[in-house]
Design a protein around this ligand. Structure first.
Ligand code: ADP
Length: 915
């Protein structure tokens, strides 16, 4: 058992649930034992040994003054670090106690510009969970960013929306309420989707009464009502977040000045999977480079960058608001000079939102207040850059209108009058404030000046008066003020000089008068330091009291910056203003992919989705550009609803209530989840969530399972999306068979990405054309990949043969009369079951005609019947009872009531039955 200082460390460590403990020992903060090793590893510190009663412990330390940057690094790496400060006990000894715990979500000083959220999530305690994504709501959620004072609270109905929202905010730290902290599904989601760490906090803090009290105490009893925070779950999340911030960050709670209760009604539903698939803020590989945000971000301020990111991850449905944003972008895009001037002015701006938080939490120093001053000074310059330009009549001008410019001017004047230009780093040594700001301070300063003037002239006066050469007057820490006289003349000093030190070439003296002046200087300096500190704190508090003003001004600057960024990108890349409409439509003329067009000689493509043609089946060889085409559609939709111009010659965009995508799940594979399960969960989520107003992108469905299963699911999903959901849909598939759906479902159309095939060479044209491809190109890809020629050749033969048959047997056989086996065949060209017979040569033929079953042979009426799922009488006659049963069961499936996963299970049952 360790005793002494290490023992004390271990005792304190046991008291806190933090990951690491930094304990003050004199002028150092020390980490011992395992903590020392962790910290040394993370921060490249040297480990030494501390012996304690025969045992030796690793120890690593940092000087007091350097703790903050070290803490920041540790916390940004996800550690929660407790800090134990040392204090003097009554008997003159030392004791230590944990004074704060610095956590990822409550760190005030961060080194990056991104928002840094703490998220609390609460679910009703007795809800069991379950549901499509493993956990069901409703939830209360709070997001607190102590660095900007933003505090957002909401209710969320289900697990999928919760995932989307958490993914969007990407919190640095997550506090699950009591019902969630052992919920494996929730924890798995956090682990898989998010980079933040999970912390456990006192369950009591989530209790309705305590939480409501915490909210009232912080924001007053009316605020909760006035901002519409009326749900118990949301209040519990909000209250717990406040208590946590209060408990961990010393003084940080004060920075939480704004309570915003929000609802998601105006927003486009973009689930977490879709945010990731569309690579909005990072690529599937996890890089920021190559993401949509990184590509179009030309903001010059941190706050502008944060806002632009928010616009992209939270597209809207409010057409008026979007049109206003587009008006601004259009005005800015057209006014190059004014835009450049605005961006130049903005380039000098500091992060007012963060400065406001620093001011309210009391951690702002003189340099921060100078930054406030300099940024407020930009408001008139911005107004000037707008006035008299084409921007004056655009909504860009209104952005500044919400800022109380008069108050900003007053606050600026006061700061300009108060603050010294080059203040010292510490708040207590004086020199923070200028002359003319405060009478009492002026008096101190002028007296101080008098005395220093007297001291400055002393050497000359002494030389003259006593006929001495080589005299200087100076000051240092040990001797205070002194008169220094060269050794050669030191014997001639007057009698009232008292010698205090002999140096090699000189002697130091003091006089009574000098000592008196010295005392006066010290007194004045101390008084000045104290007074300045007081005045400075009062000034800071007045700035803090104006936090709202700073936040409004910061918001206005951010908005102009984000708008100018959109305009800059639009102007530089030939983007166009989308026409927003309430019609159900997405019509793009010569559209491009916003990211791919930056690095490729891009071939533009058109797109037309509307009420008559709402579902496109996209075919084409691998690597031809199917995904790019579909993603570009989704990104154009999303950009338009973010208020941005779009990469196209022209675009008419019907406002969507949701954008849903499902694409090959590469990253999920890496996480060891079954791809097929994930694929089905995603599909299920889309089929549940999408509506007639949504845009759905499906890049392969059913690939993760056997062909029969896969086609069945893709087929049924298409019918369901077309008939029931009626969402605008783009569906790329390698099941070439699905292209026949266009014959049966009125709003389905085929498009394909064209290739040029000459002399067995395939050239990708990147052009999207009407109609299906006439073949799939898997064999060609095998060839490209260097699969040996005999295999490629044979594969081609097999493919030709299969293509001729154009049918897949649905297993199961009945007794045939003439030696051949009669089969029930699901004819993929029509989507119906047919009876067929095995010819001796193995070709499946139509029982009636003996010809291979081909879609073109069937008349329109039959096709319609087939599409409805009704088998023709002719086929039924030849079936055995089991097959008929199965067919009836298929017929009875109510697609509106069946999820794909259920359907999958049913298909399996039928297969078993038929065997
Ligand atoms: P698929 O989904 O058909 O396999 P992708 O959409 O992944 O094909 O496209 C393959 C490659 O072709 C991409 O890397 C992309 O850079 C390029 N590409 C796709 N569409 C275009 C286009 N319209 N113009 C130029 N290059 C394109």
């Amino acid at each position: 058992m360790a005793t002494g200082i290490v023992g004390e460390f271990l005792d304190l460590k046991a008291e806190t649930d933090a990951d690491l403990l930094a304990m003050q020992c004199g002028d150092f903060y020390e980490f011992f034992a395992e903590d020392a090793e962790t910290v040394a590893d993370e921060l490249d510190l040297k480990v030494s040994k501390k012996s304690s009663h025969g045992s030796s412990y690793p120890m690593a330390g940092v000087p007091l003054s350097e703790l903050t940057p070290y803490l920041k690094s540790l916390v940004e790496r996800g550690y929660r670090v407790a800090v134990a400060d040392q204090y003097e006990t009554d008997d003159g000894g030392h004791a230590r106690e944990v004074t704060r715990v610095v956590t990822p979500g409550t760190l005030l000083e961060t080194s990056d510009d991104d928002a840094r959220y703490l998220a609390t999530v609460v679910r009703d305690d007795d809800d069991g969970g379950g549901g499509a994504l493993g956990f069901d709501g409703p939830y209360g959620v709070a997001f607190a960013d102590v660095t900007t004072g933003r505090f957002l609270v909401t209710d969320i109905a289900d697990g999928s929306d919760l995932r989307a929202e958490l993914y969007r905010f990407d919190p640095a730290e997550i506090l699950p309420g009591p019902a969630l902290r052992n919920d494996d599904d929730f924890l798995a989601t956090v682990r898989d989707d998010l980079s933040g760490s999970v912390s456990v906090f006192d369950a009591e803090a989530f209790a309705p009464g305590r939480a409501a009290h915490a909210v009232r105490e912080r924001f007053g009893s009316e605020t909760a009502d006035s901002v519409g925070l009326d749900s118990e779950l949301a209040t519990r999340a909000a209250g717990a977040a406040l208590s946590y911030v209060d408990e961990t960050g010393a003084g940080v709670l004060a920075s939480m000045t704004r309570l915003t209760a929000y609802e998601n009604t105006d927003h486009v539903d973009v689930d977490a999977t879709t945010q990731r698939n569309l690579e909005l803020t990072e690529t599937m590989r996890g890089d920021t480079e190559g993401s949509l945000f990184e590509t179009i971000d030309h903001t010059v301020t941190a706050a502008g960058g944060r806002l632009l990111r928010e616009w992209l991850t939270r597209p809207r449905r409010d057409r008026d608001a979007l049109d206003r944003r587009l008006d601004s972008v259009e005005a800015l895009a057209g006014a190059t000079l004014a835009r450049d001037r605005l961006r130049e002015v903005l380039g000098d701006a500091y992060d007012l939102e963060r400065l406001a938080a620093r001011a309210t939490s009391g951690s702002a120093g003189a340099h921060e207040l100078l930054s406030v001053r300099d940024t407020l000074a930009l408001l008139p310059a911005l107004a000037d850059a707008i006035d008299g330009t084409p921007l004056a009549d655009s909504p860009v001008a209104t952005a500044l209108r919400d800022v109380d410019r008069e108050r900003a001017r007053d606050r600026y004047d006061e700061l300009a009058e108060a603050l010294a230009e080059d203040p010292p780093k510490t708040k207590t040594q004086g020199g923070l404030l200028q002359k003319g700001y405060d009478d009492e301070l002026d008096e101190l300063i002028s007296r101080h000046e008098e005395v220093t003037e007297w001291l400055d002239g002393l050497a000359d006066r002494e030389k003259r008066r006593h006929g001495l050469s080589h005299v200087t007057v100076d000051r240092n820490k040990t001797d205070g003020y002194y008169i220094q006289v060269g050794k050669s003349v030191a014997d001639g000093v007057p009698e009232h000089y008292r010698e205090i030190k002999t140096l090699k070439n000189s002697k130091r003296f003091v006089t009574d008068e000098l000592e008196e002046r010295e005392r006066e200087v010290m007194r004045l300096e101390e008084a000045r330091g104290e007074l300045e500190y007081e005045l400075f704190e009062a000034l800071r508090e007045r700035v803090a009291a104006d936090a709202e003003l700073l936040q409004d001004a910061g918001r206005a600057l951010a908005e102009i910056d984000a708008l100018a960024s959109l305009a800059t990108h639009a102007a530089g890349n030939d983007w166009t203003r989308p026409e927003l409409t309430d019609e159900r439509r997405l019509s793009v003329d010569a559209g491009r992919h916003p990211v791919v067009e930056r690095t490729t000689d891009f071939v533009p493509n058109d797109l037309e989705l509307d009420a008559e043609r709402g579902f496109l089946i996209v075919t084409g060889p691998n690597m031809s550009g199917k995904s790019t085409y579909m993603r570009q559609a989704a990104l154009i939709q999303l950009l338009a609803q973010a208020g941005s111009f779009v990469p196209a010659r022209a675009a008419t965009v019907g406002l969507a209530d949701g954008i849903y995508t499902r694409v090959g799940a590469l990253d999920e594979l890496a996480q060891g989840r079954s791809t097929f399960m994930v694929e089905m969960q995603e599909l299920s989520n889309i089929l549940h969530s999408a509506t007639e107003d949504s845009l759905v992108i499906l890049d392969e469905v059913g690939r993760g399972t056997a062909t029969y299963d896969g086609i069945s699911i893709a087929w049924a999903a298409t019918e369901y999306l077309h008939n029931e959901v009626r969402a605008r849909t783009l569906f790329a598939t390698h099941y070439h068979e699905l292209t026949t759906l266009a014959d049966h479902l009125p709003r389905v159309a085929n498009v394909h990405v064209a290739v040029d095939e000459r002399d067995d060479e395939v050239t990708f044209l990147r052009t999207v054309r009407e109609g299906p491809t006439n073949r799939s190109y898997g064999v060609h890809v095998a060839d490209l990949a260097g699969v040996p020629e005999p295999v490629v050749g044979r594969a081609d033969e097999v493919l030709d043969r299969l293509r001729e048959e154009k049918a897949i047997e649905a297993k199961g056989s009945g007794g045939g009369g003439d030696g051949g086996t009669t089969q029930a065949v699901f004819d993929l060209s029509s989507g119906s079951f047919e009876s067929g017979r095995d010819d001796p040569d193995g070709t499946v033929s139509d029982s009636g005609t003996g010809r291979p079953a081909r879609n073109g042979d069937r008349n329109a009426e039959e096709s319609r019947a087939a599409a409805d799922g009704a088998p023709s009488a002719r086929s039924e006659a030849a079936l055995d009872p089991t097959a008929r049963e199965v067919i009836e069961a298929v017929n009875d499936v109510d697609l509106a009531e069946t999820t794909p996963v259920d359907l999958l299970a049913r298909v399996r049952e039928w297969q078993e039955q038929l065997e």
